[in-house]
Each structure stands twice: as structure tokens, then as C-alpha cells.
Design a protein around this ligand. Structure first.
Ligand code: AHR
Length: 325
């Protein structure tokens, strides 16, 4: 309750401050044409292979192109991520790549960069579209279509359920765009198909141990559940331990479905413990820096740039394992 009131006040204050500083609400900061840039990359956390792969891709591309990268890790705190962006502004970066942890709390960071005349490109997660808009408040969003990821995994289940219809859903970080959208895409497809029941849906915060604990509790509360849909690999791997601790066999008694497609999860598909995984492509570096250069060259950038995601199940996991991150 207090947190919501605080967030609303902070977001409103940021928007009001910007307009009272005389900045045109429609005006997107420009990027001067230069050979190389000093750019910020505000990462949300580094607690899983997906985040590490994304960071490595950004660092490798910056190094390859000779840009100076100011990198920060918010360690899972939206408040720290806002202060990381403020510190980048103070250091005079030319552009900020921001992977916003949650949709609302990062609005003040987007608005502060805009007020300082620094373009922002959102990477992988988005911010609340009613409070900040691509092409006005930030340049563009680059990332996967999370609704589509949820829909793709649901479609696999609808075709391959073989009588397994009672679903536990392990949601990602509450208030984050992947948690909201992966739930939306999955729930809509499952409801439209009919014959399935989502017996419980609870956040495991995209974390392995939290996912394990939540899966253990939900399996005890719903012993008839026979599908676990996790919003990311970390929670799916935690769920494998929970299923085994409950004396059941993953892949046989309980189908586990996941999103991310890191090597460990694709190996679990090969081993039959995870049934199917939609990849969430973490290789952002080339597209992120190419978009920055296109903007500096005066090109109009579309509001959304979607990454392509692969799909893994028993039919291709062994052959694709070497290509997984
Ligand atoms: O925003 C993408 C999600 O964030 C990935 O699925 C997850 O593993 C990460 O923390």
C-alpha cells in the first residue's frame, strides 16, 4: 500500500518536474553523430545465465566497436537501478541502455534521462506504456515478444498434454513486463483451448531457489497438479528439484515447461526432465549498438524491435544444445 503510494508520487513528480523545466513532452533527445560513444548499460541483476549472456553480449559488442561502456548492476533493486541511471546521467553518457526491472518504478529514470537530454533504449523489459512512450520519452524497445512466448509454450502443451491438464504457474518478478506478458499469453491460449485448469499461479521472482520453494508448497497444496509452467529456466530448474522431492518423476508424472533456453535447461530437455522451452534470446549487443548508430545517422527508429526466439523440445534439443547460450 505504502509502496504503491510512494511509486505513484515518485512517477508523478518525475513527469511534473520534466514539464516544469520547459521540456516539450513530445521531444526525444537527439544523439550527436560521432565515431564512438560513452554509453551506459543499466542491468537489473546478474543472478542467472540469461542476464550474464545479455551482459556479455553488450560488453563484447561495445568493445568490438570501440565504445566506452559504463556498466551497472542493480542487484535486483529497482531503487538502485534508478540511482544507477542518475549516476550515468551525472557522468555525461551519450545514451543509456536500460533493462528496467519493473514496469512502474523505472519511469523516473526514463524521465530523468529525457530531461537531461540523453536518449534511452529499453532492452528486454519494458516500462508502463501509460506513463512513458517509445518515440517520445525513450527511443525504442528492443526485446522478445513476451506475450508470444507464453502463447507458444501454451500451444505446445495444448498439442502434447496427453491428459495432463492441471497446471501450476510459477510467475516471474511481480510488476515486471515478462511476468505480466508471459502470464497473459499463456492464460489466454489455455483458456481458449478449454479442458485445462490453472490450479495455482504464484511468483517465484525468476529465481531458482524461490521457484523451488514455491513449487514445493504448491505441489503440497495441489497434489493432483501434473504440469508446471515456469516463466524462466531458473524457476523451472528449481521446480525439477521440488518435483523430485515430492517423490515424483519430472517429464513422466509432471510436465515442466519453461522460457529462456539456456544450456542447462536445453540439457534438461535432452534428459527428459523439462518437456519444452521457448528461447528468450539474450544476444542484444549487435542490434542495440546498430540501433544507436542508425539513430545518430538520422534514421527513424520503429517503437518496438522484436528479437527472434527459438523453441526446444525432444525433437530438436540434442541437435541444438551446442547453439544454446
Ligand atoms: O526479461 C527477461 C527475463 O529476465 C528472463 O526470462 C529472465 O531469466 C530474466 O531475469
Amino acid at each position: 500500500m505504502y509502496r504503491r503510494a510512494f511509486l505513484t508520487t515518485t512517477v508523478l513528480a518525475a513527469v511534473t518536474a520534466m514539464t516544469s523545466f520547459g521540456l516539450n513532452a513530445q521531444e526525444l533527445p537527439k544523439l550527436e553523430k560521432k565515431e564512438t560513444y560513452k554509453v551506459g548499460f543499466a542491468q537489473t541483476e546478474s543472478n542467472n545465465p540469461w542476464r550474464i549472456a545479455q551482459t556479455n553480449s553488450m560488453k563484447a559488442e561495445a568493445e568490438k566497436l570501440g565504445h566506452q561502456l559504463v556498466y551497472t548492476d542493480a542487484a535486483g533493486s529497482a531503487a538502485k537501478q534508478v540511482s544507477d541511471v542518475n549516476s550515468m546521467i551525472a557522468q555525461g553518457v551519450d545514451l543509456i541502455f536500460l533493462a528496467p526491472r519493473e514496469e512502474k518504478p523505472l519511469i523516473p529514470a526514463v524521465m530523468a534521462a529525457k530531461k537531461a537530454g540523453i536518449p534511452v533504449i529499453l532492452l528486454d523489459r519494458s516500462v508502463d506504456p501509460s506513463l512513458a512512450k517509445a518515440g517520445e520519452d525513450y527511443l525504442t524497445f528492443i526485446g522478445s515478444d513476451f506475450v508470444e512466448e507464453g502463447r507458444r509454450i501454451a500451444e505446445w502443451l495444448i498439442k502434447n498434454a496427453n491428459g495432463k491438464t492441471k497446471i501450476i504457474q510459477l510467475e516471474g518478478t511481480t510488476g515486471s513486463s515478462p511476468a505480466n506478458d508471459r502470464k497473459k499469453g499463456f492464460d489466454e491460449a489455455i483458456q481458449a483451448a478449454g479442458g485445462f485448469e490453472i490450479v495455482a499461479s504464484q511468483s517465484g521472482d525468476f529465481a531458482r531457489d524461490k521457484g523451488r520453494q514455491v513449487a514445493e508448497a504448491l505441489l503440497q497444496a495441489h497434489p493432483d497438479a501434473n504440469v508446471i509452467y515456469a516463466h524462466n529456466d531458473e524457476m523451472a530448474i528449481g521446480a525439477i528439484s521440488a518435483v523430485e522431492a515430492a517423490g515424483k518423476v519430472p517429464g513422466k508424472d509432471i510436465l515442466i515447461l519453461s522460457i529462456d533456453g539456456g544450456k542447462e535447461a536445453v540439457q534438461a530437455v535432452v534428459d527428459g526432465k523439462i518437456a519444452a522451452v521457448v528461447e528468450c534470446n539474450p544476444r542484444f549487443g549487435p542490434k542495440a549498438f546498430e540501433t544507436m548508430m542508425r539513430y545518430a545517422n538520422g534514421e527513424t527508429i520503429p517503437p518496438v524491435l522484436i528479437n527472434e526466439d527459438k523453441f526446444y523440445d525432444a525433437s530438436n534439443a540434442a541437435a541444438e544444445l551446442a547453439n544454446a547460450y
